[in-house]
Design a protein around this ligand. Sequence first.
Ligand code: NI
Length: 257
Amino acid sequence: MSLYNIFDAHAHYDDARFSDDLPELLTALPAKGVVGVISCGVNTETSQFAAHLAATYDYIYAAAGFHPLNLADVPENPTEILRELLKNPKTVAVGEIGLDYYYEKATRDAQLRLFEQQLQVANELSLPVIVHDREAHEDTLRLLKQYKPRGVVHCFSGSVEMAKEVLKLGMYIGLGGAVTFKNAVKPVEVAKIVPQDRLLVETDAPYMTPVPFRGKRCDSGHIAYTAARLSEIRGEDTQALLDYTAENARRLFGINM
Ligand code: NI
């Protein structure tokens, strides 16, 4: 497989699972066809680390944000810290932010407040958002309709109906390894209806490793398998899909190459 123009719109290269071989891995990715990666933060430290990676590797860009499953890490003044983090020239988005009622239903109110604060900062600075929504579709859609940010709903797990609502708002849909899973239903249905100019491909590395590597650590090189499955579902050419999703990512995140 000699695919190129792979733009991974969502990864977490701060993860401890990369700590043994990160420089080797990131140095090798361009030879595997990777031309862009957004490494997302989930708290202050990981957002700073993503910015550090972006400063070190030309093809890496950073996102800064406070993830709903990391509430314990949220400082007293999250919007102030977020604005500071976003001053980095290669920090191109607010993320990963959102709602997760699958793991943390009890903290719903705190999650909602934090998500709203970060949506406000993103709008204020005209930056796109990278949204996490797990089992929180209704509240996520409500806030997206209210704030109308630019951005992407990553690892999209909602219904086709919700996808249509998100698209109507002008947002992008991010799809990753889940489309390759045998039990995948919703993401496969959603993959069929997203227009070419609104689709992003992503890994969520080190998580969501596509078949046939499920269970192993995921990196941006694995997108080739996700893209192959996506293009099969959509009846398209795999390289063509990588070409237009890379163009979409550059447009959304304001990256000129
Ligand atoms: Ni993520």
